[in-house]
Design a protein around this ligand. Structure first.
Ligand SMILES: [Zn+2]
Length: 248
């Protein structure tokens, strides 16, 4: 559980796209997840991944029967290259609007100029979907987590992300800003209060996306529906922060 893999080139971590649940699809790679939401009135993309996997992202969207030209919004969980580097090119070609937390707006200029800025409590509405934005700083100053409802076979599910679980920026010498460690802990406590039936990770290792996707494809059993995983993952993140602090 929660184990990582690394690749010499990001595109070597290519994955088949698939439907997770309801109107939510996985279109990312092993090194960086991207999720597509079909709102019935255009698509929303959460994170675009690295530059050198943009061709895989576009291919994945087509493979699922959608068109990248229907992407209306690209929401970024935070400014880092594994989530935002491919956005400028995709947005240039498709006209999709690039959204990011106002607190990451300056840093993301390394990759693009945002079209709209998000803050805590904002709701992004498109078609049948409403995505709630929660600021969960720590990993970066403007990390956001996203919550929305999806429906499958008449059952409603709460879908949630944690936009920045990595403790790499919480190691001494790698801090992006002051108080990042205490912010991270506060964010975890804030996130714990949410009920999440389907946790979608912004990295495959967060929620075992690959294994669960294979099980879903082969057996039809949907292991993404798991109301315990959210809390378990937050426990894991908290533990990792304390381990990081201890090692410093
Ligand atoms: Zn990051």
């Amino acid at each position: 559980m929660f184990t990582r893999k690394s690749f010499e080139n990001h595109y070597e971590g290519a994955m088949e796209p698939f439907k997770i649940i309801g109107n939510v699809y996985f279109v990312g790679t092993f090194p960086a997840s991207s999720h597509l939401i079909d709102t019935g009135d255009g698509l929303i993309l959460i994170d675009t991944g690295y530059n050198d996997t943009l061709f895989l992202l576009v291919d994945s969207i087509y493979k699922l029967g959608f068109s990248p030209y229907d992407v209306k919004y690209i929401i970024h969980t935070h400014w880092h290259g594994d989530h935002a580097a491919a956005s400028a090119a995709l947005s240039y070609v498709t006209g999709a609007k690039k959204l990011i937390c106002e607190k990451d707006a300056e840093a993301v200029k390394k990759y693009f100029e945002p079209d709209a800025l998000l803050k805590d409590g904002d709701v992004i509405r498109l078609g049948n979907t409403q995505i709630e934005v929660m600021e969960t700083p720590g990993h970066t100053k403007g990390t956001i987590s996203l919550f929305f409802e999806t429906e499958e076979n008449g059952v409603k599910y709460q879908v949630g992300t944690f936009g920045g679980a990595g403790v790499n920026t919480l190691t001494k010498g790698k801090f992006e800003y002051d108080n990042c460690r205490s912010d991270y802990l506060e964010s975890i406590n804030k996130l714990r209060k949410r009920k999440v039936d389907v946790f979608i990770g912004n990295h495959v290792w967060n929620n075992d996306t690959q294994t669960k996707g294979e099980i879903l494809r082969k057996t039809g059993e949907n292991k993404f529906i798991d109301s315990k995983l959210w809390g378990e993952f937050l426990d894991f993140c908290e533990k990792r922060l304390y381990e990081t602090i201890e090692k410093d």
